[in-house]
Design a protein. Structure first.
Length: 494
């Protein structure tokens, strides 16, 4: 047993629970520099990320925009369930289709020749398409033309013509049997950035996109089909949530997170069993003890990852309201004692304030972290920047969130019917979260780069080249409150 686990076992025997500030890691002789450290990790049994970061399934954190940005930075976003099943599935579908294997769009967005310019403009506004060129087809799916921003710009004010009158009626196309090299040569020779793919009867089969052919994807989180990885949250098993899962599976979602405040329950297990009948990876949570984890893995139907955290989030009041919850360092190690032998990855959900906390989480057995407030501060999170400096964050158990959204209430097992509550109904709720503001920190990519830089430095301090090696080498101390103060900026005027 490693030194870390000896310390944690001693704490368990004395009923001592530890959080991040209660421990510090021991520096060791190292020949490893941060630049040579890999932070790649398994977020489920079969899905490996280039960065160990997931975004929390909160309605002020993860919608399509942030999920896309995080996938481009090597992580994965989990679309929250305070959306209708159709809206959530639509967002997952949109994120997945923002990149395509080797530049080929297998299912391009199309419009009919009888559609009008306003049809495209409305669709762009509703779905947030970042691209501006669309194949135009007839009712049988045969390619009739291509329309781009160039044609749209020349539509006179006050007019709304059918697309067949303004589209490029003779777009260059390529056979479905052609190779990627054929497409690249044709696009380069003729200065064409969009190249529809057709079969022998001119039926549209896909489209090559020039910028996707050469985009740097070294950090992208992609699935086996070449699409961006994105996950979604669901509740415990009900007919409505079963339908939600079905819709997510249909649009190609690869990771489904069972998102409830107390994951060690029969209802969560029922949903786990259902998700495991699909080809999706199932993450279940939240739990915070070895006993709770043991219940989740009984019966042979194993989750693909376990999410740990009862009440540690910056906007969560569950521990104050219920008196239950375990400080995260102890919670992670507790779950590790069960999950490790089954090779089930552990995701730390809540309590993370900085990259140092993440390194400490890895030290006691975590594989990845789920971030809420740190990513709520990103430009791409839902909502505008307020006063040029702040972004809103609210707990899914806050009175505001539960009053507005049925998904929030069900996460905390408060089923009160209709989506929007009256004021009297709202006052009957017992909140387990608060609403607040976080300081805007810039793009997801800049936040992730800063975090990963800290993690790499942390692993290098223990002479480790990756997270698994770090977990074998790391040693830790339990520190006093004076040590916590000493380890932060102090004795200066700020």
């Amino acid at each position: 047993m490693s030194q870390v686990h000896q310390v944690m076992q001693h704490c368990r025997k004395t009923f001592t629970a530890l959080s991040f500030d209660d421990i510090t890691l021991r520096d060791q002789y190292s020949t490893v520099g941060p630049e040579s450290v890999s932070v790649a990790t398994h977020v489920t049994k079969t899905i490996k990320l280039k960065t160990p970061i997931m975004s929390a399934a909160m309605d002020t954190v993860t919608e399509a925009g942030l999920a896309l940005a995080l996938a481009k930075a090597g992580g994965i976003g989990i679309i929250h369930r305070n959306l209708s099943a159709a809206e959530q599935a639509q967002q997952v579908d949109w994120v997945r289709k923002q990149v395509h294997h080797r530049g080929m769009v297998s299912k391009p967005v199309t419009f009919l020749v009888t559609d009008t310019v306003s049809t495209i403009e409305t669709a762009v506004q509703i779905y947030g398409y970042s691209f501006t060129s669309f194949p135009i087809v007839d009712k049988d799916g045969k390619l009739c033309g291509l329309i781009s921003r160039d044609q749209m710009d020349f539509v006179r004010a006050g007019e709304n013509p059918m697309l067949c009158t303004v589209m490029n009626k003779t777009p260059m196309s390529i056979s479905e049997h052609s190779t990627l090299d054929d497409a690249e040569n044709l696009m380069y020779t003729h200065n064409v950035k969009k190249l529809p793919i057709v079969d022998s009867s001119n039926t549209l089969k896909g489209m090559y996109v020039w910028k996707d052919l050469f985009e740097d994807r070294s950090m992208y989180s992609l699935d086996k089909e070449g699409h961006f990885l994105v996950g979604a949250a669901v509740g415990v098993l009900t007919p409505q949530e079963k339908e939600r899962v079905d819709m997510l599976v249909k649009v190609g979602c690869k990771v489904i997170v069972i998102d409830c405040s107390h994951g060690a329950c029969d209802a969560a297990l029922d949903m786990l069993r259902y998700i495991k009948t699909t080809d999706c990876q199932a993450i279940v949570g939240n739990v915070a003890s070895a006993e709770a984890c043991s219940k989740l893995v009984r019966g042979g139907i194993l989750p693909d990852a376990i999410k740990v955290g009862i009440g540690p989030g910056s906007i969560c009041t569950t521990r104050q309201v219920t008196g239950h919850g375990v400080p995260q360092v102890t919670a992670v190690h507790e779950v590790w004692t069960v999950a490790n032998s089954l090779n089930i990855p552990i995701i730390v959900d809540g309590g993370i304030r900085c990259s140092g906390d993440m390194v400490k989480a890895f030290a006691v057995g975590a594989n990845a972290v789920m971030l809420g407030s740190m990513l709520a501060a990103a430009t791409e999170s839902p909502g505008d920047v307020i006063q040029g400096k702040y972004k809103k964050i609210r707990g899914m158990g806050s009175r505001e969130a539960m009053s507005e959204r049925e998904g929030s209430r069900k996460r905390y097992f408060k089923d009160m019917g209709s989506a929007l509550l009256t004021q009297k109904q709202s006052q009957k709720l017992t909140p387990e979260g608060v609403v607040g503001m976080v300081e805007h920190r810039g793009s997801v990519r800049s936040i992730v780069d800063e975090i990963c830089g800290g993690i790499k430095a942390g692993l290098a301090h223990s002479g480790a080249c990756n997270i698994l090696e770090f977990q074998k080498k790391v040693e830790m101390w339990i520190q006093t409150p004076a040590g916590v103060i000493e380890g932060r900026p102090h004795s200066i005027n700020q």
